[in-house]
Design a protein around this ligand. Structure first.
Ligand SMILES: [Zn+2]
Length: 339
């Protein structure tokens, strides 16, 4: 089956598109599961990715009008893709910058009537952010959590939330004061479908909070030989003007936009980790040889040695970048209102 190619930008509908890079299904599969580590899973993943794309390659393109980056074909990973690419139970962080930034804002807006606020979260995981909402007085029975992972759904129910294995398009016409989408949008296709639905589900005067990866950080990684932001896991990358363009078409508007501040130490540690992972995807690199060690302790020791060597290789880049690391935090945070 051939997937439709987007000839226009899914955010602003402009047709001025420039290709950033092209990748084969085989290269994409190698990004998620090294063939040297699990040959069968890698091959199954490559076959499945090609089937999702309806072709052997995908390009990541950039809209020259609004700055949205998106994959062509514009198709999201499905359940089988995630099962193959990320086997095992997913781990969810308890603390994130966007969690605390949002809680601070919700407390400010709902100081008097917080207990009555109706909330919806898309991609809730086990509900770590939602627990923070309950700590400031929102009742779990007023919270709907959309999540596909069966084990996460079990935990959500245990915690008293209305967990549903549903897509936003399947939601009934109930409305919410607060809607949350953290690190979810970049995985989704049919952007007009999503934002038109959000516009219906959000009460007038309510707030939609989003967090997505920071575009400047993604660009830095891709220009400096660390991990590519690989489809079909992430299929869009967002500039502020891309949000403004799509929100406007759906009676929504951007109220606040903030970039997470980067810190030198966490930036360098993540860069080292991503550089090592990228190197491990190529045969005969030091990282690849370290990953090939069969014994876990031996592998850890080899990886620590390789990281030390790579640290000296990356140090000049870190020093050159030190002045702009503040703008290279991991996420951007948005508060959106309904017209
Ligand atoms: Zn655009």
């Amino acid at each position: 089956m051939n997937q439709p190619l987007e000839s226009t930008c899914p955010a602003c509908h402009s047709g001025t598109i420039k290709t950033l890079w092209t990748v084969s299904a085989k290269e994409s599969a190698q990004h998620f599961v090294r063939a040297e580590s699990d040959t069968k899973r890698n091959a199954d993943l490559a076959t499945h990715i090609a089937k999702l794309w309806g072709q052997a390659t995908s390009s990541v393109v950039n809209c020259e009008n609004c700055g949205l980056g998106f994959a062509q074909p514009f198709v999201a990973g499905d359940e089988q893709f995630y099962n193959l690419a990320y086997p095992g139970t997913p781990g969810y962080p308890v603390e994130k910058w966007e969690f605390s930034r949002t809680i601070q804002d919700v407390k400010k807006d709902y100081s008097n009537h917080i207990a009555d606020a109706r909330c919806l979260e898309l991609g809730s995981g086990v509900g770590n952010f939602l627990m923070k909402l309950t700590e400031i007085g929102i009742k779990p029975e007023n919270i709907v959590a959309l999540e596909y992972n069966a084990e996460s759904l079990r935990v959500l129910h245990e915690r008293g939330f209305h967990g549903k294995a549903a897509h936003i398009s399947e939601m009934a016409r109930e409305t919410f004061d607060l809607i949350f989408m953290f690190q979810v949008l970049e995985h989704m296709d049919d952007l007009d479908g999503i934002f038109s639905r959000l516009s219906v589900l959000l009460k007038k005067g309510g707030s939609l909070y989003l967090a997505v990866p920071n575009l400047s950080r993604t660009n830095f990684q891709e220009h400096n030989n660390t991990l590519l932001d690989m489809p079909p896991n992430h299929i869009s990358r967002w500039a502020k003007s891309s949000f403004e363009a799509i929100l406007k078409r759906h009676d929504l508007h951007l109220r606040e936009f903030e970039v997470e501040a980067g810190s030198f130490v966490s930036f360098c540690l993540q860069d080292l980790k991503y550089y090592t992972l990228r190197q491990s995807m190529y045969p005969n690199t030091l990282a690849s040889k370290a990953y090939d060690a069969r014994q876990s302790l031996k592998r850890k020791f080899a990886l620590a040695c390789v990281a030390m060597i790579y640290l000296f290789r990356r140090l000049p880049l870190w020093l050159r970048t030190s002045g702009s690391i503040g703008e290279l935090g991991g996420s951007v945070w948005l508060k959106v209102g309904r017209r």
